[in-house]
Design a protein around this ligand. Structure first.
Ligand code: SF4
Length: 128
């Protein structure tokens, strides 16, 4: 499995779960993925990696002193409270149609995600 060659990539199982979640949630909330699909890919990969490591899809676009404690508060578990309450996604995964960065898609393939994230993460840090 190529997944196992890189500690920074999520398992394909979690990636598929988070990809499906993102597609369904975008449809349900009438939001769209970014016009630049590499943004969508990196965020979904980050969510899936947190699901693998922490058991929950903690928002990947923030710094945390203690990730386990953050998961317990649930505030930044995707979809986070700002997204649920105000449709604010600072990761630019879910964009309202009036957002200048919004594309016209609510879907992304596994292949599209990995085409981006394999290159993004393969030469970077090795820490989990
Ligand atoms: S900002 Fe919120 S909705 Fe957007 S990816 Fe992070 S947790 Fe999910």
């Amino acid at each position: 499995m190529n997944d196992l060659n890189n500690a920074n990539l999520a398992t394909e199982r979690s990636l598929e779960i988070m990809r499906n979640f993102a597609q369904r949630y975008a449809e349900r909330t009438n939001t769209y993925f970014c016009a630049d699909p590499s943004i969508t890919a990196v965020v979904i990969e980050g969510l899936a990696k947190h699901k693998d490591d922490l058991g929950s899809p903690l928002c990947p676009c923030r710094h945390y002193e203690d990730k386990e404690a953050e998961v317990k508060t649930a505030y930044w578990n995707c979809p986070c409270v700002p997204m649920q309450e105000r449709k604010e996604c600072h990761c630019m995964l879910f964009l309202t149609p009036d957002n200048e960065f919004a594309g016209d898609r609510q879907d992304i393939s596994l292949e599209e995600i990995r085409a981006t994230t394999k290159g993004e993460f393969s030469a970077t840090k090795q820490e989990a």
